[in-house]
Design a protein around this ligand. Structure first.
Ligand code: URA
Length: 214
């Protein structure tokens, strides 16, 4: 299942337009803030599909019955580009456990090679997991991270992969490689990848734009 927010008009498109605009991108703090704001919006959208149970809350005047999350989802992000976007998710799911995966493209390899060398995760078994990965380009870092997470933490009950911008190649990679129940969320599906595996039109290198060049 793919949920694409750009199919509706909302403030999310305005934040995404700023992220893509190379004049506005120069303001690094604004770039990170827009990532964070979109993280909050996407967290809210994903929250509609999580599991809820009824709680009785005792207020000063009377009791109320209200549906609240059965359990906070487990958040995962890929270092480093995912961090400002992840901040938005953890602002919303503010008691969530979090896992981190370090992944990078090996610039010296002849073909596209993603190295995942760092992972820390609690158990995933039976939990709802949200993988926060802003740029779904080839999808290789996402699928490598998912393999590693499952190997270390077990199989989640449901995985929400939440991109900001997705390329068709990344969407296909997920469809071919993810073998747990999953949904893909994105703010936009772009045209393609260029010969350096960047999303076109995309927005550039989200990690560099957030934190400076490597
Ligand atoms: N990572 C990015 O930051 N941008 C892309 O276009 C692809 C991967």
């Amino acid at each position: 299942m793919v949920f694409n927010l750009s199919e509706q008009n909302s403030i999310a498109n305005q934040f995404l337009a700023e992220l893509r605009d190379r004049d506005i991108q120069r303001d690094r703090m604004r770039f990170r803030k827009n990532m964070e704001r979109l993280g909050e919006i996407m967290a809210y959208e994903v929250s509609k599909k999580l599991q809820y149970g009824t709680r009785i809350v005792e207020g000063p005047l009377d009791k109320s019955r209200i549906n609240v999350l059965k359990q906070e989802p487990l958040l995962v992000t890929i270092l480093r580009a995912g961090l400002p976007y992840f901040q938005g998710f953890i602002n919303v799911f503010d008691r969530a456990d979090a896992a981190f995966v370090g992944a990078y493209r090996d610039e010296f390899a002849h073909e596209l090679t993603v190295r995942t060398e760092y992972i820390t995760t609690p158990a995933l078994t039976g939990r709802e997991v949200i993988l926060v990965d802003p740029m779904l380009a080839t999808g290789r870092s996402a699928t490598d991270a998912i393999d590693l997470l499952i190997k270390k933490g077990g199989r989640p009950q449901h995985l929400h992969v939440v991109a900001l911008v997705a390329a068709p190649e990344g969407i296909k990679q997920l469809a071919q490689h993810v073998n747990v129940p999953y949904s893909l969320w994105t703010c936009a599906i772009d045209e393609s990848l260029n010969d350096k595996f960047y999303i076109v039109p995309g927005l550039g290198d989200a990690g560099d734009l957030s934190y400076g060049t490597k």
